[in-house]
Design a protein around this ligand. Structure first.
Ligand code: ARG
Ligand code: ASP
Length: 686
């Protein structure tokens, strides 16, 4: 309180300026351009320490985990940390009713007890290289990648700034990755969907893996004879902890941002796309939640589906709120006006904004069809299953037996499927599709069939009454006669168009994207003071900032650290999301914190999570949070929901990423998991 009042005007200005620069996800090989700013904010190392081709650097300690998360090495023997929600699928796949690792957690207790996860791989960046000139000289990106991958690596070439630059990324792909440990979900997913995207947060969102390699320390298929991989670099761990104001750096793989799109695109997202998707998902979630409340078996069966539907649903709500609150579309409109005035005298740029607008006007209805289909009819489980079956059949190779493949697919589909829930969702979703879709895009056959039945719900009932895909009488030889398969087939032309357009987001629609390339180039030429960084595209990035709370509204200040006291305050055995494990209750009651206890805000407790100003996005989950000395202080796992507009506009005053404090990770391994042997191979620093 006193501190706030005595802040001088100068200090206020300094804070604002430095905060404003926390925006950005920088390419590691170009981090030299930011290093002065980073050092001013508390980074003590060099650009070479972050990324180097010639010697081991931090980048050798960071991995792309699975298809869309980040992980980091914390020992010389390939020990890897990531989030619990990133390891979730692996942990689930290794679990059974008798060995339920999701519920009870898992600790290998020895190397021999570590569990291989079939299908799981991690990628380590070997090097990245600017290949813009080679592409400009006529080489195809795919050919450049192919040539690089022939050296026994995986490689791809990614455009930056809409193709104003191209970078080659060369990776080692390790395919023998084993589960070492996971806390029970009552720690790793504590707070569940209720607390997801929310601060204050008390989730121990971490899991532990180990990467294995062949005798030569190179990637190898799973073999009992493989050895722990010896990474070139691993992170030392600071057990000193973090304080407000401390420098933080996030090193990881953010997936997708759209910072340079025009006002029209922002308006479409905030006023058309997100609201439509939110409304449709609200309906699906309501149906699932009601069924879950009625039947505990359904609660478990649909837990993971509910979580993934709710995750984006909540994120979009924050995005809409944030974009409106910031007035992003209006601000961009004003910016575009100034740009247009500058560009007016430059023939190569003068018409760009008009071209983008015209391209959007043409593309938007098409894009909306894609989004609406995906979120309505495409979200029906039986529809997805029917499509998977026919897709599988069209991929059959000589000698393969479709019937047994289909039966296997059916078995795994039915495991977590409620025909009752899906029917209720299908009635709503088909209704919404028909209401919202322009009439000329609704398959004529469907219109006729619905009319014949007397309405969408009646039509859906008939589908579900007659389909055999989900029935005991399922016959793989007769799927073409099945009403559900025929229903899906009605959408084939629409699906084909969608597949061909390969949309990822509003700015990569090809007809629009071609204009973004000169537009971004022109912006860079014009707006000299702006620090441009390429949009996230699941390539390795560095984001830096500091541990910081935030004041969302007048008087609504959020302190940046949470503690075990907050976990216990939420404890409620009646509420699934807040049912603290008994072991943790006992530890808390006895204050048996060992070396992990410390004084925070006047109480002796264990630190749990903290907030920082790093610019992150989906894919940054599991990313190492690194202090000024290059030591690991946390694992990133979330943002606040009111931050999520940062994918389009980063607001330094309220955008915060959420990390689990590394001391809570170590405390949980040591005290809750009883796996302190893992700490022995880590490099803990005071
Ligand atoms: N919101 C985080 C992210 O986008 C975490 C999601 C997993 N947690 C959950 N309770 N659903 O991935
Ligand atoms: N939870 C996200 C992830 O899984 C991170 C974020 O969107 O902030 O990558």
């Amino acid at each position: 309180m006193m501190k706030k009042v005595t802040l001088s005007l100068f200090a206020c200005v300094a804070i604002l300026l430095s905060a404003a620069a926390d925006e950005g996800m920088w390419l590691p090989s170009l981090i030299g351009s930011r290093i002065k700013d980073m050092r001013r904010k508390g980074f003590r190392l060099t650009a070479e320490d972050i990324y180097s081709v010639n010697k081991a650097s931090m980048k050798d300690a960071v991995v792309l985990f699975g298809g869309g998360c980040t992980g980091e090495f914390v020992s010389a023997e390939g020990l890897l940390l990531t989030n619990h929600h990133c390891g979730y699928g692996s942990i689930q796949s290794l679990s059974s009713v008798e060995r339920d690792y999701l519920t009870h957690g898992f600790w290998a207790q020895s190397r021999a007890g570590e569990l291989p996860v079939p299908g799981l791989s991690v990628r380590i960046l070997v090097r990245m290289e600017d290949v813009t000139e080679r592409v400009a000289a006529g080489e195809k990106p795919a050919e450049i990648a192919k040539a690089a991958s022939e050296e026994g690596h995986a490689a791809d070439v990614q455009p930056m700034y809409y193709g104003n630059q191209y970078f080659l990324f060369v990776y080692d792909v390790f395919r023998d990755v084993r589960l070492v440990g996971a806390p029970p979900s009552s720690v790793g997913k504590f707070g569940g969907d209720t607390d997801n995207w929310v601060w204050p947060r008390h989730t121990g969102d971490f899991s532990v893996f180990r990467v294995y390699a062949g005798e030569d320390n190179r990637p190898a298929d799973y073999s009992k004879a493989n050895r722990p991989y010896r990474p070139k670099r691993h992170f030392p761990i600071s057990v000193k902890g973090v304080d407000e104001g401390d420098f933080t750096m996030i090193y990881g793989f953010p997936g997708n941002t759209q910072e340079y799109v025009t006002s029209d695109a922002v308006e479409y997202v905030a006023e058309v796309s997100d609201p439509m998707k939110i409304e449709l998902r609200t309906q699906r979630l309501d149906i699932i939640s009601a069924a879950q409340a009625e039947d505990p078996a359904v609660r478990i069966q649909y837990a993971s589906k509910h979580a993934s539907i709710a995750n984006a649903w909540k994120k979009w709500q924050g995005e809409v709120l944030g974009l409106r609150r910031l007035g992003t579309a209006d601000k961009k409109r004003a910016y575009e006006k100034r740009f247009a005035a500058w560009a007016a005298s430059k023939p190569e740029y003068a018409g760009l904004l008009d071209s983008i607008r015209t391209a959007y006007d043409a593309a938007k209805p098409e894009y909306y069809v894609y989004e609406l289909y995906t979120e309505s009819v495409g979200a029906i489980e039986a529809v997805r299953f029917a499509s998977q079956l026919t897709a599988r059949r069209s991929r059959m190779k000589e000698g393969e037996d479709f019937a047994s493949a289909a039966r296997e697919m059916r078995e795994s589909f039915m495991k977590d499927y409620s025909p009752k829930i899906d029917r209720a969702i299908a009635r709503k979703m088909l209704g919404e599709f028909l209401d919202r879709m322009p009439a000329d895009r609704v398959p004529a056959e469907l219109t006729a069939a619905v009319a014949e039945c007397g309405g969408a719900s009646e039509y859906v009932d008939r589908l579900y009454d007659n389909t055999t895909l989900t029935a005991e009488s399922f016959d793989p030889a007769k799927i073409d006669d099945d009403p559900m398969v025929r229903f899906v087939a009605m959408f084939s032309p629409l699906r084909k168009r969608i597949a061909e357009s390969a949309y990822r987001n509003l700015s990569n629609i090809p007809s629009v994207e071609r204009w973004y390339r000169p537009f971004v180039r022109a912006m860079m030429e014009w707006d000299r003071d702006r620090a441009f960084f390429p949009d996230a595209n699941l390539t390795l990035r560095v984001a830096y900032g500091s541990v910081a709370g935030y004041e969302y509204a007048d008087g609504e200040y959020h302190r940046p650290v949470s503690t075990l006291e907050g976990v216990m305050e939420k404890d409620n055995p009646e509420i699934y999301d807040y049912d603290v494990p008994q072991r943790l209750r006992d530890i808390h009651a006895a204050k048996d914190y060992g070396r992990w206890g410390c004084e925070i805000a006047g109480r002796v407790s264990v630190p749990v999570c903290f907030l920082a100003t790093n610019h992150t996005s989906g894919g940054n989950s599991g990313s190492p949070v690194i202090n000024g000395r290059g030591e690991l202080v946390g694992i990133n796992f979330d943002r606040t929901w009111r931050s999520t507009m940062s994918d389009m506009e980063f607001d330094p005053s309220i955008c915060r990423n959420i990390s689990v404090d590394i001391r809570y990770v170590l405390f949980t391994i040591d005290k809750v998991g009883g796996a302190s042997y893992l700490l022995d191979e880590m490099d803990l620093r005071r």
